[in-house]
Design a binder for this molecule. Structure first.
Ligand code: MGD
Ligand code: MGD
Ligand code: SF4
Ligand code: MO
Length: 808
């Protein structure tokens, strides 16, 4: 009998087949080269073992930051340990231990995919044929192409793609390229990000754009709550380890054994017995659940009317702004007296969400009667086509019940995070004011002339002046893997008349690197010196993390700062770029500057010797909107009315002025809208299953994918409910086709009641690996996603996908 574990054990095959794809088309040197290390494992025979241990950190974009201790012998990494200092007692003194990924970093350093030398493309773009060149040739070529682009098209034709592989760099990395480009006239920048694009755009309409509306309360407030409700929030997998939010979250949850309800189509690692109730919900329908709950809250008098009257705009007639239509308020909308005439009863919500009526009513009563309810959301739900509406809808629950600004409450937003201000190399000012939304950069390559502020969210100007012609991907995999609709996108990227020059700077021969014209091999963070920030989702934990070069940079790899020095010389701005400092001198200079401001910061030498310097956020200021709750006049919000805008006048204007496609909806009230590729789309006849690519513990996006250990230990394939599997004659371990009208992937299947019927899920970030027919054997979910943007932020609804699944 087959089972999925057998299949999982076989998964290293997939990586080898990726290499085959590389080797088959590569005429060049790097891809086919043998395993790099002379020293991979020959322990020195003599007793004089030249061993050393240094502190380093894992710096990928998972939101955490974890300490590593790198042991070397004769200049070769032998072992990776994590933080083992102290007695691990008390938050802030706890060990900042790494997860399974950070602990396997050695295999990312010594990896057959490592980029070893600068290389330039030979043959057609994307064919994967490269030729080794010298650093001088590489930097000459890049400088020449930059100068050509600036002269021919202008600086706004230069774009640095989103790339989050080195989150913690402060004196190296992407900032160096930004600093350099700003010195030669600037570049086209983007606003927003693939992580939080929709929620961060949407919530300021409700809460205003002033602090602390960007975040909610700290998770420590869970200690003071008697009910915890989490929508699609999975910190056990997405904010892992000692350097992430999960540590504090679990502590708080345990302290008062708080009743915990989690709403998610999947039974996640955050549950596994730590929840009291799991409510599986159809993807993209949380806003309908909220409206069903609101109906019970209103009809059973469980709303906090005083709070709504005093602090909010648009709950009922009393606080509806003059510009709004009659019955344009929230109460009318819920009770069926609004423009759509539909009463949002629990029965109505049940049909849409798949959650039974009595459970919706029960949830409403629990939220409505809790003394303090902490409501929060993850960001996968806002990566849906109605993501802005959903994030605004969820925050209605604390608003309706007055669970705001008091101990044990949250705004409904993501939890708060505190960061120690780690010093950072100045990037200067970008002379180019115009910006594209993060998700629309590929459109700006081929249809810039159609893109305006009213159609595509262009900011800083009415429209783009020129198409993007020069792409730099630093520490990102957007050129191919992490953006959307790979089959469509690939045709665009392959066309050398569109983006004329593509530079990829990475550690590995990724799917994006294959599409480069010039490859710049970066050092890994283990081969670099740095003082890194804490994670941006580390909760109350702050501090600085030392990285001490554990081994000499392998092959001809070079750090970004040094690449930029070479470029700055060629572009005639070397003095301005370096200000007379080497990279290590910048680090010391900036760190000493930080010490001058904070006498508690250890010397650089001590930091490097003793490991991360950490501290916890101040005890005060942990409850979001506490000031506003205490004094709404003095601490008025940044909304036009200064109040919480349930009815947003800004959105009322946007809805009238922007040019939207027929299926795009923007409304002044937060409400459920049915979108393309929802479970109600007629397309379900052909592609009946909803699917999304969740963030898996097996990878951080595409980083750490090329480590066979991790491929073995975490299942890489789709989850499917037994009911859907039976209907298709599928069993765990089967190899399946997952397809829609945009593409097809081949992956293994895990049949499990941990996912609701009608829904499938696949860890995102697997490396795209097409066969000759374009079928993606790598199982990259972006082979199936769409480039259609969300209505308001023009963001990435990459979790909204319909598919069909069948046995191969
Ligand atoms: N291990 C690991 N950790 C990571 C990352 C990683 O790649 N790997 N990436 C990091 C980054 S950059 C980010 S932005 C964050 C992302 O963090 P999130 O955006 O929160 O992560 P997701 O896995 O996309 O979604 C979280 C949960 O939402 C559920 N979900 C999906 N759609 C819906 C829906 O419509 N309704 C409800 N209620 N639930 C839904 C999913 O099942 C999932 O369990 O994670 C960070 N942490
Ligand atoms: N379908 C779907 N797509 C998604 C998402 C989703 O949920 N679903 N999530 C989106 C989100 S939230 C995000 S944040 C993005 C993430 O997308 P990216 O920012 O592209 O993240 P990664 O795929 O991890 O790519 C990081 C790259 O950096 C490289 N790298 C690592 N260390 C170094 C280094 O020291 N130097 C250099 N030069 N390179 C290095 C890695 O090898 C890797 O190629 O993906 C987005 N894409
Ligand atoms: S939790 Fe994130 S930062 Fe920490 S070791 Fe794992 S991947 Fe690295
Ligand atoms: Mo992200």
């Amino acid at each position: 009998m087959k089972n999925w574990i057998d299949k999982a054990v076989l998964t290293p095959m997939k990586r080898r087949s990726f290499m085959k794809w590389g080797a088959a088309v590569s005429g060049g040197t790097a891809l086919t080269a043998a395993l790099p290390l002379k020293a991979v494992a020959k322990p020195a025979a003599d007793a004089a073992m030249n061993t050393k241990t240094v502190w380093s950190a894992c710096m990928v974009n998972c939101g955490s930051r974890c300490a590593l201790q790198v042991h070397t012998q004769n200049g070769v990494i032998t072992q990776i340990e994590s933080d083992n200092r102290g007695d691990d007692q008390g938050f802030g003194n706890h060990q900042i231990r790494a997860c399974l990924r950070g602990r396997s970093i050695k295999h990312r350093v010594y990896n057959p995919d490592r980029l070893k030398y600068p290389m330039k493309r030979v043959g057609k773009r994307g064919e994967g044929q490269f030729e080794r060149i010298s650093w001088d040739e590489a930097l000459d070529l890049m400088a020449e192409k930059l100068q050509y682009t600036i002269k021919e098209y202008g600086n706004d034709a230069i774009f640095i793609t989103y790339g989050s592989g080195t989150q913690g760099y402060r004196t190296d990395g992407k900032d160096c390229f930004k600093r350099l480009f700003n010195l030669v006239g600037g570049f086209l920048d983007y606003y927003g990000n693939y992580s939080w694009g929709q929620i961060q755009f949407a919530l300021p309409f409700t809460y205003g754009s002033i602090k602390p509306s960007a975040y909610g309360s700290y998770t420590t407030e869970i200690e003071n709550a008697d009910l915890l409700v989490m929508f699609g929030y999975n910190p056990a997998e997405t904010r892992m380890s000692g350097g992430g939010e999960i540590h504090e979250h679990i502590n708080a949850q345990r302290k008062n054994n708080v009743r915990t309800i989690i709403i998610d189509p999947r039974y996640t690692d955050t549950m596994l017995g730590k929840e009291d109730l799991w409510l599986p919900i159809r993807p993209g329908t949380d806003a309908a659940l909220v409206e069903g709950i609101a109906h019970t809250l209103i009809t059973e008098n469980l709303v906090d009317q005083d709070f709504l009257d005093k602090y909010c705009q648009g709950f009922d007639e009393k606080t509806l702004p003059a510009s709004a239509p009659k019955n344009g308020h929230y109460k009318a909308h819920i009770l069926g007296q609004g423009p759509d005439g539909i009463e949002k009863t629990p029965a109505w919500a049940s049909k849409i969400t798949g959650i039974p009526v009595d459970q919706i009513v029960q949830l409403a009563r629990e939220i409505g009667t809790a003394k303090a309810c902490f409501i929060t959301q993850g960001t996968g739900i806002q990566r849906q086509a109605n993501g802005e509406q959903t994030s605004r809808a969820i925050v209605m629950l604390p608003i309706l019940t007055g669970n705001i600004g008091r101990p044990g409450t949250n705004t409904g937003d993501m939890p708060a995070n505190w960061s120690y201000p780690a010093p950072r190399i100045p990037v200067g000012t970008n002379p180019i004011a115009v910006k594209v939304p993060f998700f629309k950069w590929s459109d700006a390559i081929f249809r810039h002339h159609e893109m305006t502020d009213k159609t595509d969210g262009i900011q800083g100007a009415e429209r783009l002046r020129t198409p993007i012609k020069f792409l730099l991907s630093y520490s990102g995999n957007m050129i191919m893997n992490q953006h959307a609709d790979i089959n469509k996108h690939r045709k665009l990227i392959e066309d050398e008349t569109q983006a004329e020059f593509i530079v990829v700077c990475d550690n590995h021969m990724t799917s994006s690197a294959r599409f480069a014209d010039l490859l710049l091999p970066d050092v890994t963070t283990i081969e670099n010196n740095e003082v890194s920030s804490d994670g941006y989702s580390s909760g109350s934990l702050g501090g600085v993390f030392p990285l001490v070069r554990a081994i000499e940079p392998l092959y001809e790899t070079r750090c970004a700062y040094d690449m930029c020095v070479g470029l700055s010389e060629r572009l005639g701005v070397k003095d301005a770029f370096t200000e007379g400092r080497t990279r290590d001198e910048w680090l010391e200079y900036l760190y000493n500057g930080a010490r001058a401001k904070d006498a508690n910061l250890p010397t650089l030498e001590d930091l490097r010797k003793n490991g991360p310097y950490t501290l916890a956020a101040p005890a005060e200021g942990r409850i979001a909107l506490e000031d506003f709750r205490n004094d709404p006049e003095k601490h008025a919000l940044g909304t036009p009315s200064g109040k919480i805008e349930i009815y947003s006048t800004k959105l009322e204007t946007i809805a009238k002025e922007w040019e939207l496609a027929d299926d795009e909806v923007i409304t002044p009230l937060p409400q459920y809208v049915t979108t393309w590729e929802s479970h109600l789309d007629p397309k379900t006849e052909q592609f009946p299953l909803q699917m999304f690519g969740y963030h898996t513990k097996g990878r951080t996006h595409s980083t750490y994918h090329n480590i066979p250990w991790l491929r073995e230990v975490v299942f890489d394939g789709i989850w499917m409910n037994p009911i859907d599997a039976k209907a298709r004659g599928l069993e765990s371990g089967d190899y399946v086709r997952v397809f829609n009208d945009r593409g097809e992937i081949r992956v293994a299947i895990k049949v499990t009641p941990r996912i609701m019927p009608g829904v499938t899920a696949l860890g995102q970030g697997a490396w795209y690996n097409p066969d000759k027919n374009g079928i993606d054997l790598g199982g990259c979910v972006n082979t199936l996603t769409s480039q259609k943007h969300t209505p308001l932020s023009k963001g990435n609804p990459q979790h909204t996908i319909l598919v069909q699944v069948a046995k191969v």
